[in-house]
Design a protein around this ligand. Structure first.
Ligand code: AR6
Length: 185
């Protein structure tokens, strides 16, 4: 599914984000930046040592206590098809009353900001926090599209393509319905 909005294209697809051709793919990391399960594990495995080494350097020089939830950093893409990986840490879902929404929104906004600062034209996101971190998918989709919409409204046409790569049919369908609601004429 493709949506044109204020000079940018929003694309939703089912797939494995580690296979995407895009300037940057976003990693749903944890604060350690050292890899883990889910999409994070897949990105570190396929991207290889170049990503690991840059993450170690970022930890040492900038975030000795770990990358806080909602923040984002950028590394090269190593052996991936994408030139860069933007690592962000989503919120762990508790009950929705612990700032989860704001943190998730900042993940998207800070990742988009990094893409802009690095002159990237295409960025691909997974559904951050909807796996191990347990964020309800329909609520996560709301936050995702509200962040993307806000970013495009503030930076029209600056990033040509914002892609969401959803791993399962179920998540893809929920995101598709929300996208229709958010971007309907
Ligand atoms: N491509 C696209 N999406 C994927 C892929 C993939 N290859 N693999 C999984 N997903 P998760 P989180 C989807 O658990 O919830 C890790 O251990 C998955 O279906 O990867 O933010 C980290 O190290 C789900 O919709 O990330 C952290 O400790 C979405 O990606 C923790 O999990 C996110 O699921 C982060 O949890």
């Amino acid at each position: 599914m493709e949506i044109a909005f204020s000079g940018s294209k929003i694309v939703l697809k089912r797939g494995d984000i580690t296979e995407e051709y895009c300037d940057a793919i976003v990693n749903a990391a944890n604060s350690s930046l050292m890899g883990g399960g889910g999409v994070d594990g897949a990105i570190h495995r396929k991207g290889g040592l170049e990503i690991d080494n840059e993450c170690i350097k970022i930890r040492r020089e900038k975030y000795p206590d770990g990358l806080p939830p909602g923040e984002a950093v950028i590394t090269k893409g190593g052996k991936l098809r994408a030139r860069y990986v933007i690592h962000t840490v989503g919120p762990v879902w508790r009950d929705g009353k612990h700032g989860e929404k704001d943190i998730l929104k900042r993940c998207y906004l800070n990742s988009l900001k990094l893409a802009l600062e690095n002159g990237l034209e295409c960025i691909a996101f997974p559904a951050i926090s909807t796996g191990a971190y347990g964020y309800p998918v329909d609520k996560a989709a709301d936050v995702t599209f509200s962040a993307i919409k806000e970013f495009i409204q503030n930076n029209p046409g600056k990033i040509k393509e914002i892609r969401l790569v959803l791993f399962t049919d179920e998540i893809y369908k929920i995101f598709r319905e929300k996208a229709r609601e958010f971007f309907k004429e």
